[in-house]
Design a protein around this ligand. Structure first.
Ligand code: SAH
Length: 246
């Protein structure tokens, strides 16, 4: 395994007071290699340079999780179940599975070829705590074994925030947390999201602004909590959440 990401190890510590173990570090290197090798054919990401990969995929995926673990330790239960909705090339779910081997991480995408790649990737990385699912979030969330079954739901770069809320709240257990990975964020978006969440049994727990450590990019992690069951009519039929956002 090459060492293209090794130079960032002190940045992990400086920015998140956390550092990957050697095993996790070598899994990150392998992940970078595999994503890069598959990228040309699959169009998984426009990110190819090591700096960008480290910051926009690894750091971005994990900063939201470090904050969650540091801030809400009481929300971590035994047999912690996580789902990454619209995982694409495996982000944020695969880095999360690497650093939290005690969590069971489901990787969901509607595109078969992306899940075929992610499945092979997790086998090559010898991750035993991941499961892959092909399907639309709207359909999976109406499927008994998945409905209100997850402690933590992650969603990055899939749709606007209200659409994401309709995808994630039905998958979330009562008392669970969903993390919307966003870039810029406005008070108007907060107001609009609150309107959607009211219908879904969720509320905003925290809006956490973050600055990426290499290029100073703006990120907002929106932490949602679920305080009431989601009515059975949500999510609406496939395609409707996106066509007619709440
Ligand atoms: N989360 C990844 C990929 C973002 S691209 C990242 O941040 O890098 C968005 C992905 O979401 C695509 O792979 C697309 O197939 C998937 N997707 C879009 N709508 C979806 C839905 N309703 N259910 C499941 N997957 C969906």
């Amino acid at each position: 395994v090459s060492q293209q990401l090794a130079s960032f190890s002190s940045l992990w510590f400086d920015s998140l007071s956390w550092q990957p173990t050697e095993i996790q570090q070598s899994l990150f290197e392998k992940l970078y290699e595999k994503v890069l090798a598959a990228n040309a054919g699959l169009n998984l990401t426009r990110i190819t340079e090591p700096e960008e990969f480290w910051e926009k995929h690894l750091w971005d995926s994990l900063s939201a999780i470090r904050h969650f673990i540091d801030t809400y330790p009481q929300r971590l239960k035994a047999n912690f179940k996580v789902i990454d909705v619209g995982t694409g090339g495996g982000f944020p779910g695969v880095p999360v599975a690497i650093v939290q081997p005690d969590w069971l991480v489901y990787l969901l995408d509607s595109t078969q070829k992306k899940i075929t790649f992610v499945e092979r990737l997790t086998v090559e990385l010898e991750l035993t705590n991941t499961r892959t699912i092909v399907g639309r979030a709207e359909a999976i969330a109406q499927n008994k074994p998945h409905r209100e079954a997850y402690d933590l739901v992650l969603i990055r770069a899939v749709a606007n925030a209200n659409v994401c809320a309709e995808y994630v709240l039905p998958l979330l257990k009562l008392g669970g947390t969903a993390i919307l990975y966003r870039g810029q964020w406005t008070p108007e978006e907060t107001r609009s999201l609150e309107g959607a969440l009211e219908q879904l049994g969720g509320k905003i727990g925290e809006i956490k602004p973050l600055t990426t450590p290499l290029t100073g990019g703006i990120r907002h992690c929106i932490y949602l909590t679920k305080f009431a069951r989601t009515p059975p009519n949500f999510p609406r039929a496939v395609g409707i959440p996106n066509q007619q956002p709440l």
